[in-house]
Design a binder for this molecule. Structure first.
Ligand code: GLA
Length: 391
């Protein structure tokens, strides 16, 4: 779903639903993480690409301190004072808009509210960062409206704070950073400690990135994500007693985890093993891609899935089944669950010619076994957030 042709229709929708012309249209993409899962909040490495699927936010300024927000796929329109979002009375999606608006107001006291229209092609609740796309597109639109220039990392950090403080999700930095920093034709190797990055061209001759939605809604806000973070912290506390300079699992090697495994709680040891090996796999995968070695890239994707399933335990029956079915199709280099887990999508690197075989295998083995439809999502690496229109 290419983004370019949508801006004119977003402007029209704004006018139809809000009764006035919009002043700004901004766009921000969802993402698929190719490898590097549950490493961001451990100061590690991630390797996502932005999708061509995006969220668009059209906005016009108000001077009465109100935010009025409309989403094209929901019937009601919602208003609240920018400084006082009535959490209980509004649907959850407004939390992202409210958080961004309130944080922007703190940064730019002249920001007097806005009319906002949201429309999106990012599938919701499927681990493709529809929430980051909403936060970042809202932040880009409202910052432009308030005439505030935010550096890319400031934009991403503001969006992430909205997710933490308003939506109550203690996420890492990956989703907002890739939504801001995505580049057409490239994946992003992001060092989540130094917050430095490199765009690695995603040249895949004869190959395609294939995303398959399990149809199981992931519940990131559920306690499992926070529990994994605590287990990682427990591992850090152990290693810090041995080496005081350890600040995060980023500072620990696979050999150290193996040597200490018997002295750690078994679950904590397994969680640590995933993180430290995933950091190595992520850097190795980026290096393999630079060398054009797609076979090695695929092998690392499969190893990542096994580690997420067995050590980190964030997969689920449907994701494991998809990985098994897709992995058995000839021409598939690698496949793994992507995103926080417990549902959502898998991502595969496959020969372009094998895509129809993947579809057939999913019909025969996934859907025929009583699972919901497994939707294929195809996207090239898309561009990061941008203001697309200024009136
Ligand atoms: C979610 C979070 C990210 C990251 C992934 C797991 O998408 O928002 O910050 O932790 O899970 O890699």
């Amino acid at each position: 779903m290419p983004s370019a042709p949508r801006t004119p229709s977003v402007r029209e929708q704004f006018e139809r639903l809000l009764g006035r012309a919009c002043a700004i249209v901004a766009r921000a993409p969802g993402r698929v993480n190719l490898i590097g899962e549950h490493t961001d909040y451990n100061d590690g490495f991630v390797f996502p690409m932005a999708l061509e699927h995006c969220t668009w936010v059209a906005a016009a300024p108000r001077s009465d301190g109100q935010v009025r927000a409309v989403a094209t796929d929901l019937p009601d329109d919602r208003s609240w004072p920018v400084a006082d979002w009535p959490r209980e009375r509004l649907p959850h999606w407004t939390a992202y808009v409210a958080g961004v608006a309130a944080l922007l107001r703190a940064r730019a006291p002249r920001f007097g509210g806005a009319d906002v229209l949201v429309t999106s092609t990012v599938p919701v609740g499927s681990g493709l960062s529809s929430s980051a796309a909403l936060e970042v597109s809202t932040a880009a639109a409202l910052a432009a409206l308030a005439d505030v220039t935010l550096a890319p990392t400031e934009l991403a950090d503001l969006a992430r704070r909205a997710e933490h403080e308003y939506a109550g999700v203690p996420c890492g930095i990956m989703d907002q950073y890739i939504s801001v920093l995505g580049q057409a034709g490239a994946a992003l190797l992001l060092d989540c400690r130094s917050r430095t990055w490199e765009h690695v061209p995603l040249a895949l001759p004869g190959h395609t990135v294939v995303i398959v939605n399990s149809g199981v809604r992931h519940k990131l806000a559920s306690g499992e994500y926070a529990a994994r973070q605590q287990q990682c912290q427990a591992a850090v506390a152990h290693f810090r007693r041995l080496r005081p300079e350890v600040r995060a699992l980023r500072d620990v090697t696979p050999a150290e985890v193996a040597a200490e495994a018997a002295r750690l709680d078994a679950t904590v040891a397994a969680r640590a093993r995933h993180v430290v090996t995933e950091n190595e796999r992520t850097q190795a995968a980026a290096a393999a891609l630079r060398r054009g070695n797609l076979t090695e890239f695929g092998r690392l994707m499969c190893a990542s899935h096994a580690s997420l399933r067995d050590d980190y335990q964030v997969s689920c029956r449907e994701l494991d089944l998809l990985v098994e079915i897709i992995g058995a199709v000839s021409g598939v280099r690698g496949v793994r669950m992507t995103g926080g887990g417990f549902g959502g999508c898998v991502v595969a690197l496959a020969e372009t010619d094998s895509v129809s075989h993947i579809e057939a295998a999913l019909r025969e083995r996934y859907e025929a076994a009583g699972n919901g439809p497994a939707a294929l999502i195809l996207s090239r690496p898309g561009a990061g957030a941008a203001v697309e229109y200024r009136g």
